[in-house]
Design a protein around this ligand. Structure first.
Ligand SMILES: NC(=O)C1=CN([C@@H]2O[C@H](COP(=O)(O)OP(=O)(O)OC[C@H]3O[C@@H](n4cnc5c(N)ncnc54)[C@H](O)[C@@H]3O)[C@@H](O)[C@H]2O)[C@H](O)CC1
Ligand SMILES: [K+]
Length: 498
């Protein structure tokens, strides 16, 4: 599914108005009715509402919600923020319609008029929507602060007021919503960690924008969902043997961190790889052979803490990093591997930290390889950015310049592809924020690469299956109790769900 910027959202709106056809005020009615129905279906029936409206179409949505609530016998007070103009056509039309109901309508035109909000009221924020074109300031900013200070339950319509759809609003005054009811598709703002405190829980409501628009629109960002993963799935062939599913190598583990190697290896096997050889230090031999009997194991001499890495060109792909530990020898290790094997590989954790220390390694990485940093590792590798949007742009630029795929891990893991496209993963949950889950991801992606998924498809499929396994595990037990091993255990069901 595409993720649209402001202009594209507006264009989709207009496309629907023209081709359905539907009057824009009727589309507003449909959008607001979807919000109204959401409120009724989510335990807000019978509550009292304070609704704040701007004079754009976001405010228009607020007025329609106010009318529908009033007509169904809810107590509604509407505050309209005065901008010194009459408002959009659809706003004015709906203001006239609201005057025919019993809703209380007040105007806020100065600081003194900021209302006290009754404690039990549900606040609807319809001040500014996707039409915002500058930071909220003056009275608007003060009203936003006033609402944030109220401790009421706040529900934002389309987007919390003050937030930009597709650029950073860091440092700006923004509504802190508990729920955001948005229309049809994800907006980039909802996917950025810096907006977590503003957006609350996002609910996408279908307002019937015509799907025909999607086929004529290209978008720099796509959402990875079940439909996309399903399309990429490579079925097993009836007469196949293990040789058809690739031979992967994992270079992982160190004293005290053999668990990372075990998790990574188990995940790699569950991803469907034909054969797996784990290169671990001698100290990890018994651990690996006992915990993962399906994998072969190579070590250096006893008492050598390093990894034996000869003949690495015989593998279809290599995953390196989980549990490697921060050793100075990692730099030499990476040079050696990059020299021996020029096929796309997966680099994670201390593999990435070694590259951050020795920048000369960056242009030695085999083209098409996949780097899986979390935000801190990304920062060590490529530097700090002012906000999440800049970080995404930096990831895309770096991916393009170096012909690499960057999998920036987070709630909505972002894949930067060297062709300039970006992919946000939709699966997963906060239960996965615990030790070892990254090792599992490295194992899955390495396994998929070995099975001849292209690097882009391995990354997309890998992050989706990983998140999906997390969702299934959390549904089975709970988010807090989720541990990395659960992801491996639920990987089979994640495949099954496609
Ligand atoms: N398909 C849909 O997504 C639908 C969306 N709808 C709603 O319409 C708004 C967008 O409406 P628009 O009139 O374009 O913009 P806003 O309501 O966000 O109003 C902005 C308004 O105010 C001015 N302005 C911009 N920035 C500021 C600022 N910082 N301070 C003060 N004023 C500002 C600007 O000039 C505009 O005039 C969308 O979010 C949905 O809620 C429809 O209901 C139909 C379907
Ligand atoms: K809003």
């Amino acid at each position: 599914m595409q993720i649209f910027a402001t202009e594209q959202i507006r264009a989709w709106d207009e496309y629907t108005i023209r081709h359905e056809p539907i009057a824009s005020v009727d589309l507003m009615e449909r959008a607001a009715t979807a919000c109204y129905e959401w409120l009724l279906q989510n335990n807000y029936k019978g509550r009292a509402f304070t609704i704040f409206c701007g004079k754009g179409n976001n405010g228009g949505d607020g007025l329609v919600i106010a009318r529908l609530l009033t007509q169904s016998r809810h107590t509604v007070t509407v505050y309209i923020l005065e901008f010194g103009h009459k408002g959009t056509v659809d706003f004015q039309l709906n203001l006239a319609r609201l005057h025919d109901t019993t809703a209380a309508i007040r105007f806020v035109s100065s600081e003194e008029m900021l209302p006290s909000i009754p404690a039990g009221d549900v606040v609807i924020d319809a001040l500014l929507g996707s039409g915002i074109n500058r930071p909220a300031d003056g009275l608007t900013a003060n009203l936003i602060q006033h609402i944030n200070n109220s401790h009421n339950n706040v529900i934002a319509i389309d987007i919390p007021s003050g937030l930009f759809v597709d650029q950073s609003a860091r440092g700006n005054r923004v509504i802190k919503a508990h729920h955001t009811l948005s229309f049809q598709c994800f907006k980039p703002a909802f996917l950025m960690p810096e907006n977590a405190d503003s957006i609350g829980e996002v609910h996408l409501l279908n307002i019937g924008l015509l799907p025909g628009f999607l086929s004529i629109q290209d978008s720099p960002f796509l959402l990875i969902d079940k439909a996309m993963a399903k399309q990429l799935l490579q079925p097993r062939k009836p007469f196949s043997h293990k040789g058809d599913y690739g031979h992967a190598a994992l270079i992982a583990g160190s004293y005290g961190m053999m668990g990372a190697a075990v998790l990574c290896a188990r995940a790699c096997l569950r991803s469907g790889v034909g054969k797996l050889t784990c290169h671990v230090p001698a100290v990890g031999y018994n651990i690996l052979q006992t915990a993962v009997p399906e994998a072969m194991c190579k070590t250096g001499p006893v008492n050598d803490p390093g990894h034996a890495v000869q003949e690495m060109d015989k593998y279809d792909t290599i995953g390196i990093g989980p549990g490697l530990g921060a050793h100075a020898s990692n730099i030499k290790l990476l040079y050696s591997i990059f020299e021996q094997n020029r096929r796309p590989m997966v680099i994670d954790a201390d593999g990435l930290n070694a590259i951050a220390q020795e920048k000369g390694l960056l242009n030695k990485i085999p083209l098409g390889s996949i780097l899986t940093p979390h935000p801190k590792e990304f920062e060590r590798l490529f530097g700090k950015t002012a906000n999440d949007y800049d970080r995404i742009q930096l990831a895309l630029q770096t991916a393009t310049d170096n012909d690499l795929y960057i999998v920036l891990k987070g709630r909505y893991t972002f894949i930067a592809s060297p062709d300039g496209k970006g992919y946000f993963n939709s699966s997963g949950n906060p239960g996965m924020a615990s030790g070892g889950t990254g090792d599992v991801l490295t194992g899955i992606i390495t396994g998929l690469l070995a099975q001849k998924y292209s690097p882009l498809h391995a990354a997309i499929m890998g992050v989706y299956l990983h998140g999906c396994a997390g969702d299934l595990a959390a549904a089975y037990a709970s988010q807090p109790s989720l541990i990395a091993s659960d992801l491996v255990d639920f990987l089979g069901q994640a495949y099954q769900s496609l």
